[in-house]
Design a protein around this ligand. Structure first.
Ligand code: SF4
Ligand code: SF4
Length: 98
C-alpha cells in the first residue's frame, strides 16, 4: 500500500503519483502494431496519463505504452490516425459464453 501525505487544500508532495501504479485499474490495454505506427506522437500528446511514448526501437521510432500506469482509457486508440493501436481485454476480464 502506498501512503500519501496530503496537506491543506489537498496538495500532495511533488512526483507522488509516480509511486501509484495504476496499470491494474482498466479492463483493457492498448497494443501497438509497430508496422503501422508512423511515430506521429498523437497518442503521446493526448494520453491523459502520459504513459505512452514514442521511442527508438531497433532503429525505428514507435509508440510504446507503459502498462504500469496505463488505465486503458482508449484515448490513444481514438486519436491514432494510422489505426496502429488495438485494445485487448485483459485475461482476468475475458468471459466464456457457454
Ligand atoms: S489507454 Fe489511455 S492511459 Fe493507456 S496509453 Fe492509451 S491513452 Fe494512455
Ligand atoms: S498515434 Fe498511432 S501512429 Fe501515432 S505514434 Fe501513436 S501509435 Fe503511432
Amino acid at each position: 500500500m502506498v501512503k500519501v501525505k496530503i496537506g491543506l487544500g489537498g496538495v500532495t508532495e511533488p512526483l507522488v503519483s509516480k509511486n501509484m501504479k495504476t496499470g491494474d485499474w482498466g479492463t483493457e490495454y492498448p497494443v501497438v502494431d509497430e508496422e503501422k505506427c508512423t511515430a506521429c506522437k498523437n497518442c503521446e500528446i493526448y494520453c491523459p496519463d502520459g504513459c505512452i511514448k514514442v521511442v527508438e526501437k531497433e532503429g525505428k521510432k514507435v509508440a510504446v505504452p507503459d502498462y504500469d500506469y496505463c488505465k486503458g482509457c482508449w484515448v490513444c486508440f481514438t486519436v491514432c490516425p494510422a489505426d496502429a493501436i488495438k485494445m485487448e481485454v485483459k485475461e482476468l476480464y475475458k468471459v466464456e459464453v457457454c
